[in-house]
Design a protein around this ligand. Structure first.
Ligand SMILES: [Fe+2]
Length: 446
């Protein structure tokens, strides 16, 4: 038998075959590591001024949303910036679910405020809006020029952006570590995004104290988003199974699972297994741990990419009818983390045969007892572990719990199909039929 002549990164026989195939230059053979410069720890928001000064910023645009604007975190940041001698232009009106319109309004603000740097204080919507404001005010263009193909042209910005310090106040999106900005394109009623390494924030200030006063429901949704980032990046198609880019510099950040992202995923999954439930229940120590898990998972998915649970989530949140979750503004919505995790058990049941060992290991890291589990049961074991965590934290019982029924499946599928960047990062081919099967399975879990 021919031994695999390349470093054996993959856990599965399929991975080895892909590695051999890579020698014929059909597939990629290398992976790249990118990361924000991160500062993590209680009280670190007070370092904002010194960091901004170090980045050479003199006039800074501060982006936040109306809820976060009323909390002390924003004032801590403003005081720190002013103490360092910076002039601050505050934009407190970031939309909770950003749209093309709200992105462009933020960019206009940045242009007219004539700033030379950005700071975002809030959740993923705020950080994503600051990324877009930086991009479109630095290199003005039609909105769709930088938006992912096929909806947009997918152009890369022509040069580096202005410095951006991202300060996440929830332990969710990982947006501070990624070159992705998500928004609703109003005229198409579709969630889409901009994905470019150029919009990755230059620095991240991650202060776990921000999570101490969040409502339990917000902590639960954020933590399940983190959990899915880690699980999806851990089980994504291996980087050696993706076609090599035309030029190495064009290697996507969603490059597939790799040895670097595996480290962060495994560590994050273990923390989530120990702290997700107690964090939702209010333990301050656990909430700080969840913020660290979010950071690890954010670095991992920024270097590997998510897949089907996220790809399927956009139509789940976009087609919402009248579901109004507790702990959130009183408008119909399915919070991002919820819209993701509702798909997750169905997806991992289906993807497990691609690499049962990896799915079983993920279940073990999350706290499942796998001592008597068979590899053939990997999908079921992982799904059961997810469902038990969802039940105990009062997540809805599948998509039916947020108002969908089987008649909605064609629309959910149609909304997910354009998310090719995510779907193609899954370890199995995802087509119309696979999406239909997974949405059907996701309707009800118990
Ligand atoms: Fe997410």
């Amino acid at each position: 038998m021919l031994a695999c002549p390349l470093p054996h990164f993959a856990l599965s026989p399929e991975g080895c075959a892909a590695t051999v195939a890579a020698m014929h230059h059909e597939f990629d053979t290398a992976f790249s590591i990118g990361s924000s410069h991160i500062t993590f720890g209680p009280g670190c928001l007070g370092e904002a001024g010194d960091i901004a000064q170090d980045l050479g910023i003199s006039r800074i645009a501060l982006f936040t949303d109306p809820v976060v604007a009323s909390l002390s975190h924003v004032q801590v940041v403003i005081d720190s910036l002013k103490a360092a001698g910076l002039s601050v232009a505050v934009y407190p009106d970031v939309a909770i679910e950003p749209t093309d319109k709200s992105f462009m309004a933020a960019a206009e603000f940045a242009t007219s405020a004539q700033v030379d740097g950005f700071i975002s204080v809030g959740g993923g919507s705020v950080i994503d809006t600051a990324k877009a404001a930086n991009l479109y005010s630095t290199y003005p263009a039609d909105l769709l020029d930088y938006v992912n193909a096929p909806i947009g042209a997918g152009d890369d910005p022509p040069g580096p952006l202005k410095p951006h310090i991202a300060c996440p106040t929830t332990s969710g999106t990982g947006s501070e570590c990624t070159g992705i900005a998500v928004f609703d394109l109003l005229e198409m009623k579709a969630k889409t995004g901009i994905a470019s390494k150029a919009i990755t924030p230059s620095r991240a200030l991650i202060d776990p104290e921000c999570t101490e006063t969040l409502p339990a429901e917000v902590v639960a949704c954020s933590a399940f988003d983190v959990l899915s980032h880690a699980l999806e990046s851990y089980t994504a198609r291996r980087f050696t199974q993706r076609e090599a880019p035309k030029r190495p510099s064009l290697r996507p950040s969603g490059q597939g699972s790799n040895p670097w992202s595996d480290l962060g995923c495994a560590a994050a999954l273990e923390i989530l297994g120990r702290h997700l439930v107690s964090g939702v229940e209010g333990s301050v120590e656990s909430r700080h741990e969840l913020m660290w898990a979010a950071t690890l998972a954010g670095i991992a998915f920024g270097n590997a990419g998510c897949h089907a649970p996220h790809g399927m989530s956009y139509s789940v949140s976009g087609l919402v009818m009248d579901y109004r979750p507790a702990g959130y503004p009183d408008v119909p919505m399915v919070p991002h983390g919820m819209s993701v995790v509702l798909n997750a058990p169905a997806v991992f049941r289906k993807t497990a045969p691609s690499n049962p060992g990896r799915h079983l290991e993920a279940a073990r890291l999350l706290g499942a007892d796998i001592s008597s589990a068979d590899v053939d049961d990997a999908g079921e074991v992982l799904a059961d572990q997810l469902v038990s965590m969802m039940k105990i934290t009062d997540m809805p019982n599948g998509l039916s719990g947020v108002g969908y029924d089987d008649a909605d499946i064609p629309a959910l599928v149609a909304g997910a199909l354009p998310q090719r960047r995510l779907l193609d990062n899954a370890p199995i081919p995802i087509d119309d039929a696979a999406l239909t099967e997974m949405y059907t399975d996701a309707m009800r879990y118990w």
